[in-house]
Design a protein around this ligand. Structure first.
Ligand code: IFM
Length: 461
């Protein structure tokens, strides 16, 4: 009987240690909270020069982008929901003046958009002067309307000629992309300060090479890691070209980040897997830059650890695209031994949980890690009825302002999106716009949320 009592003591001691460790994790990783009362009646005083912006991407709004990998992908049956194709998109190429007017009437002060590489270099080595002139004119219109241009160089789409030889995995991709960045700096350097080299590289890697849901449509973990390395090298090459060609270039990138939590906060294994997933998905790109080493490590993927000194110092600011919270469950039978789910809150049309507190948590974490200015390069909600968007915008603005009041150097927040647009493999099903797009006439009308966006805009002092 003595051995039973001893076993009892040992088990009790183990339980105490376990509970102590779980409590420690909960204390050191508190869930961020927002003051619920304040988010219902909140009018911020933003810092001067705060970028209160809207965001789009070329292929999603311009229309007629026929020389890239996405256009080709869309022609294949079954790739895009409802058989949609980008087609004329929001017709923005012809409607720049109208859309700049919309930004102005919203009270926005900045616009994040992308240059479509495949329009500017439709054939390798040949610049399209008309297309360059078009963007030059757009930038001039933005400046005249008080909109600070934030220019993205790669927002998912690749010219068909580089896609044909491996896209992000092609050995000369970083070099070709750097050449494009140099040309953009040469032509627009005097008018553009804010540059964003790449948009959501982990999403491009994951959807293109893990689920195969996006071009190039393959499922191969080794290629996925090569694409990640290619995107890192392309970013470094573009950053070097921008620094060389534009003396006041202020360089960053837009990284998609998810607020990950263990499904059960008392489960130590779930703390471990949740932190591992967050480190791999949210932070690998920025950590590679900080360390000057291409590095990536997630269960189920070959690991990457290669010296890359050109990455060091290649960003001046940290861009965060934020859309959701995910819970992480330890699940030995699932790929990577995890299951990803939603928390208990309201979900959007995209079936992801709306959780503004997560934005505050990620901004704090980015600041703690890098001490660089932070920009919310995207936040937005797929909401076709508009039932959620006004409160969504207010609460996300509140999270940003709270971070600023805590001393974080947040320089701007960009609502995704200015108008409804082509939502990649979801086609035109999800509606993120502050302006509703009539898909037949391409007319824009204010959507629920536009008014709230304007109300929260910086007021001239
Ligand atoms: O539409 C996309 C955008 O291209 C990248 N970030 C997420 C948005 C909404 O899904």
């Amino acid at each position: 009987m003595r051995w039973m009592r001893r076993l009892g003591y040992v088990l009790a001691a183990l339980a105490v240690v376990y509970l102590g460790a779980a409590l420690y994790f909960q204390r050191t990783n508190p869930r961020p909270t927002l003051d619920a009362a304040a988010t219902t009646a909140f009018t911020p005083a933003w810092p001067s020069a705060f970028l209160w912006g809207t965001a789009t991407a070329a292929h999603q709004v311009e229309g007629g982008n026929v020389h890239n990998d996405w256009w080709r992908f869309e022609q294949q049956a079954g790739k895009i929901a409802h058989g949609d194709r980008s087609g004329a998109a929001a017709g923005h190429w012809e409607r720049v003046a109208e859309d700049v007017g919309l930004m102005r009437s919203l009270g926005a002060t900045a616009y994040r958009f992308s240059l479509e590489w495949s329009r500017l270099e439709p054939v390798e080595g040949q610049w399209d002067e008309t297309a360059w002139a078009h963007y030059g004119d757009e930038i001039a219109q933005l400046r005249a309307a008080g909109q600070e241009p934030v220019v993205t160089l790669l927002h998912f789409t690749l010219p068909a000629w580089i896609a044909d030889r491996g896209g992000a995995t092609a050995p000369d991709f970083p070099d070709r992309f750097g050449r494009f960045a140099a040309e953009a700096a040469r032509r627009f350097g005097p008018q553009v300060k804010w540059w964003c080299t790449v948009n959501e590289p982990q999403v491009q890697m994951y959807n293109g090479y893990v689920t195969g849901y996006w071009p190039p449509g393959v499922k191969d973990h080794a290629l996925a890691v090569r694409a990640f390395a290619g995107l890192l090298a392309a970013h470094a090459s573009a950053a070097a070209a921008l620094r060389a060609g534009d003396a006041d270039a202020f360089i960053g990138l837009a990284s998609n980040m998810i607020w990950f939590e263990p499904a059960n906060r008392w489960n130590l294994l779930e703390w471990f897997v949740s932190n591992t997933v967050a480190e791999g998905f949210n932070w690998s790109f920025y950590e590679s830059i900080r360390q000057g080493r291409q590095s990536f490590s997630l269960p189920g993927f070959p690991s990457l650890d290669v010296e890359a000194p050109a990455l060091k110092g290649s960003v001046d600011w940290v861009g965060i695209n934020y859309y959701r919270r995910n819970t992480v469950t330890f699940s030995p039978g699932s790929p990577g031994m995890v299951e990803i789910g939603n928390g208990p809150g309201t979900v959007s049309d995209a079936k992801v949980e709306i959780f503004p507190e997560g934005l505050l948590g990620l901004v704090r974490e980015g600041w703690k890690r890098y001490r660089l200015p932070i920009v919310i390069t995207e936040y937005g909600v797929a909401d076709s009825t508009g039932a959620h968007r006004p409160a969504f915008i207010r609460q996300h603005a509140y999270a940003v302002k709270q971070a600023i009041d805590e001393g974080v150097d947040v320089r701007g927040a960009f609502h995704w999106s200015l108008m409804d647009n082509f939502e990649w493999a979801e086609g035109y099903g999800w509606r993120f716009g502050l302006y509703r797009l009539d898909l037949k006439t391409l007319a824009r009308t204010p959507a629920p949320g536009a008014e709230e966006f304007s109300r929260l805009a910086p007021r001239p002092k």
